[in-house]
Design a protein around this ligand. Sequence first.
Ligand code: ASP
Length: 438
Amino acid sequence: MLKVLKFGGSSMADETQYAKVKAIVDADPDRKVVVVSAAGKRFKDDHKITDLLYLCHAHKKYGVSCDEIWKMICDRYISVRDALGLSTDIESEFAVLREKIDSGISEDELVSRGEYFSARLMADYLGFEFVDAAVWLKFNLDGSVNEDESYQTLKKIVGGHKVVIPGFYGVMPDGAIKTFTRGGSDITGALAAAALDADVYENWTDVSGFLMADPRIVDNPETIKQITYSELRELSYIGAQVLHEQTIFPVREKKIALNIRNTNQPDHPGTMIRESFAEQEAEDNRFITGIAGKKNFSIINISKSGMSSELGIVRKIIKIVEKYGVNVEYMPNGIDTVSMVVDSVKASKCLYQMLGEIQEEFNPEKIHVTENIGIVAAVGRKMASKAGVSGKIFARLGEHGINIRMITQGPDEMNIIVGVDNKDYDNTIRVLYDSFVK
Ligand code: ASP
């Protein structure tokens, strides 16, 4: 059995957090591969090391001294090392890095050092070997990950050893360090788990998994105990975000389970994500796994008699929208009416130009835009097998005076999506939660 663990910035923030990480790793001999982030915030107004490194690079770029920021970075790591009584000689590495900064270092290389130093200290503390991401995580020239080469290399290096790997970066074909986008250590963990064919990828953070609804709207929402990769994709697409969005692809492809855990509450089982769950594994018989949503969409309705029998019309409309770089999120159509749900902010810059072009090309009888729409998705794999689910949802929203402006359901019947006025958005989520989860 092999478990790959990734610890986020808050789990690496100081010596107390390091001690929690060690207790978690030591508690299970299968926890053999550990991926770490740079040190995160210790308290609300603290700084993340990665932010300080970006700042350091910007100062140098514009010819401003970065001495003060540099000292803050060095001090954070030195104080963790000293508090834990470790012997890693980071001072000499800091000296080499400082010279590089002064003579010109790429932004990616400099900001990657947060993860590098975290991993060096954590390897020392756990008594594991340090494996630099620069020796195995290889990018292609187009910025995608060269999975075959990366997986083979990591497999060879790790063998059966216990290792710590820095997250967030890898190397380009010419050896230059390249980072993922922010939060990218999640992806490093997923790639390491896929490379080593792990049984589980444990992603340790500061929340006990995904919540069934937004806690700013619903009081104390329950944690989602089990969720499939498809359900998670639905929920994250519409709003719920805990992981970097590219995280799930490598592990899902290899059918590896992903477990979101909380370093500050290690006994909590968190959220388990898998390709599927057998019916008897279900922890409850609710048909909703989670509720997510977003405000500020617009619905564009285009009506023209006889439109439904005109070949290629939808494609032509979409082509115009595409030309303006606007993504159509949903398309619930009627006979002789095409309607498109778009993000209001993204569409606002070009809305009238775009509609003008549609008007000119198709001469529709009516183009109507409804703004200030909130989209709420109730997602659940168990919906597909139950009759009357949408009826119950619509009835309950109606009883609470919520006017549904748009309805759509994916072909796999795993979600029911409603568009409501922005002003009804919070209440829609609350009614769904109170009616079908509580
Ligand atoms: N340290 C990087 C960031 O703050 C990457 C990560 O933590 O995943 O974005």
